[in-house]
Write a protein that binds this ligand. Structure first.
Ligand code: GLC
Length: 625
């Protein structure tokens, strides 16, 4: 049997069962689906096939090692075009980055694209950025440099300019059936009762009047993003084909955008329905059969109990990678409160998950930070959801004493008191305000916080992914306010153009840009060379006693094959002393202010540790394998 037949045989029964269940035993649609898979497999290039083989042969999955370091960038903000990105790959390599997530780059209408998340043609690159050939060339260069390329697959909706939408708009019933069309407002109004809103202020409601069709269409996100109807097998077949088309262009990681929303059932909130998991599992199987080296990254920005099921089970996995969103939000909560207890509780929940689960860890991404914290846990400290969200938003806008943060609100929903937050890492850490004030002491504190947070990020199991520009402390970009197409969407605050001048300055290790970049490089280098950072390492919270009884320091332990690492982080601007039970002779790998130290200095055990304000340190002990 050839590769396709062997892999097909492995999944045939399960695939058929799932498909038949979703699509009412539609044999014809299923047969089409299978022949489509075969077709894409036969068109996959020999180079990509050998890539698949290499990746699937490895005993330990390549993405679970400690070698991954990721970056997220808009091609145009970073380097204008795809060719520009290619030319700047040396910069990316120098940082040690080997996972590059380029934000949506397929064709989408100008000024109605939600940053590229309204795709009008899934097989054409946005002409401003280049061509499909440029994308394939970029992927090839990435592979040559050991970089995996991640791309969004915006599957919940198309742009209103997509060919299907245009036909639907002109009354073609077959194409209207690919979306959710209603003759009047009665049904949408009924459905609206159980539907939450994603963009309550920038795009309220879940439906939009389409005057050309004389009908109402479902638009969960922006009105120009029309929800696809995955109850229609043609939609699923064609969209899976679109995904495989991208995989065959060399994309290694497919980010399934807005995953929870892809199946709708009236009367529910239309999120995370069981059918969504069936669809994701089917897409995983499609990849396993056609392009087994490809990974699926699910975008589920929700509470942990909704996120984790998207890993599927060990026998029937769904996504390879998911975002560690609650840890991200809990980290910023800790910055504001200087109390690590919620973060500790969150980490404890993550630490006990199966080691096959791999998270993308991040401090921020292209989207806002939503305050989805465990409020049931916080209740014991008298912290309530609505006032706490207000406190966090005030804190990160610098409206509270001792905060120099410069964030902005996003989708402030006064009915729910549910605003979210935008800002670059450096601006949220106070660097922007400090530079404006010319206050060198504050700059030092901002830098210390920024670097400590990145050190914390790189301590966690999974793949750390930074947003392009954060490695050189790029600040907020307020020019979006002058662009009418962007001014209502404050997420553009932290999506500014990459500052190549600042990148040049960062080559001087004494500049503030250079200090962040140098620290990040040092941290990722150490991470890559210590096995205790692999995904399957044991992880735990190190019990700490503090001299003043507060909870601003957190300790994380990692262990793998004889190597043990202890990492501590001080979330307070004040110096802290903590005591541990770690009496053995550890070596210090890196510590705040000492990021360039190349040699390990043996320290005399960690029983009493002194940390400067926002200080951190990593320590290692090697018992041999
Ligand atoms: C995802 C993207 C976000 C976009 C939304 C709608 O959540 O991360 O930027 O607005 O999908 O496509």
């Amino acid at each position: 049997m050839n590769g396709f037949d062997t892999r097909y045989a492995r999944y045939a029964d399960e695939m058929k069962r799932l498909y038949m269940q979703l699509y009412n035993n539609d044999e014809k649609a299923f047969d089409y689906f299978v022949s489509m898979l075969k077709d894409y497999e036969s068109r996959r290039s020999p180079a990509l096939k050998s890539w698949d083989e290499k990746r699937t042969k490895k005993s330990e999955s390549w993405y679970m090692d400690n070698k991954r370091f990721g970056m997220l960038a808009y091609a145009d903000c970073f380097a204008d075009t795809l060719t520009g990105v290619r030319e700047h790959l040396p910069y990316i390599c120098r940082l040690g980055v080997n996972y590059l997530h380029l934000m949506p780059l397929l064709k989408s209408p100008k000024d109605r694209s939600d940053g590229g998340y309204a795709v009008s043609d899934f097989r054409t690159v946005e002409p401003r950025l280049g061509t499909m050939d440029d994308l394939a060339d970029l992927a090839e260069d990435c592979h040559e440099n050991g970089i995996s390329l991640c791309l969004d697959f915006v599957m919940n909706h198309t742009s209103e300019d997509h060919e299907w939408a245009v036909r639907a708009r002109h009354g073609d019933k077959e194409y209207q059936d690919r979306y959710f069309f209603y003759d009047g407002w009665d049904e949408p109004s009924r459905l609206e009762e159980s539907l939450p809103e994603v963009f309550p202020t920038t795009a309220p409601g879940n439906f939009t009047w389409c005057s050309e069709a004389g009908k109402v269409v479902m638009t969960t996100f922006y009105p120009y993003q029309w929800d696809l109807n995955y109850r229609n097998p043609v939609v699923f077949n064609d969209m899976t084909a679109n995904m495989l088309f991208l995989c065959n262009r060399g994309v290694d990681i497919i980010r399934l955008d807005a995953t929870p929303y892809i199946w709708k059932t009236p009367g529910t909130n239309c999120r995370n329905l069981p059918e969504v998991h069936m669809l994701v599992r089917l897409m995983r199987i499609a990849c396993e059969i056609v392009c087994p080296g490809t990974l699926l990254l699910g975008e589920i920005v929700m509470e942990p109990k909704e996120v984790v099921p998207y890993f599927g089970t060990i026998d029937r996995p769904e996504c390879h990678l998911l975002y560690n969103v609650t840890t991200m939000a809990s980290t910023w909560h800790t910055v504001a409160t200087k109390d690590t207890r919620l973060l500790s509780d969150q980490l404890n929940k993550v630490f006990v998950l199966p080691k096959q689960y791999v998270f993308i860890n991040y401090l921020r991404c292209h989207d806002d930070i939503g305050w989805g914290l465990d409020y049931a846990y916080l209740e014991q400290f008298g912290i309530e959801e609505v006032p706490h969200k207000k406190f966090l938003n005030d804190y990160f806008r610098g409206m509270i004493f001792d905060s120099d943060s410069r964030g902005e609100l996003y989708n402030d929903d006064p009915r729910l008191g549910d605003a979210r937050l935008c800002g670059t890492c450096a601006s949220l850490c106070g660097i922007e305000a400090a530079i404006e004030e010319g206050d060198t002491e504050k700059i030092e504190m901002g830098l210390a916080l920024d670097i400590m947070l990145h050190a914390f990020l790189l301590t966690l199991s999974g793949i750390p992914v930074i947003y392009s520009g954060d490695e050189i402390g790029q600040r907020n970009d307020r020019t979006y306010r002058e662009d009418p197409a962007k001014s209502q969407d404050s997420r553009y605050l932290h999506r500014g153009k990459f500052d190549w001048e600042a990148a040049k300055r960062s080559m001087d290790g004494r500049s503030y840009e250079g200090r962040i970049r140098k620290s990040l490089c040092a941290l990722s280098k150490i991470r890559k060379s210590h096995r205790a950072f692999v995904n399957e390492a044991d992880t735990w919270l190190v019990p700490l006693a503090s001299a003043d009884g507060d909870h601003s320091v957190i300790g994380i332990g990692r262990y793998h094959k004889g190597e043990k690492i202890i990492a501590v982080f001080n979330f307070s601007p004040a110096a802290k002393t903590v005591y541990t039970e770690e009496k053995e002779k550890y070596s210090t790998l890196i510590s705040s202010g000492n990021e360039s130290a190349r040699k390990k200095t043996a320290s005399s055990g960690l029983s009493c540790m002194q940390l400067p304000g926002y200080g951190y340190s990593w320590h290692v002990i090697d018992y041999g394998k």
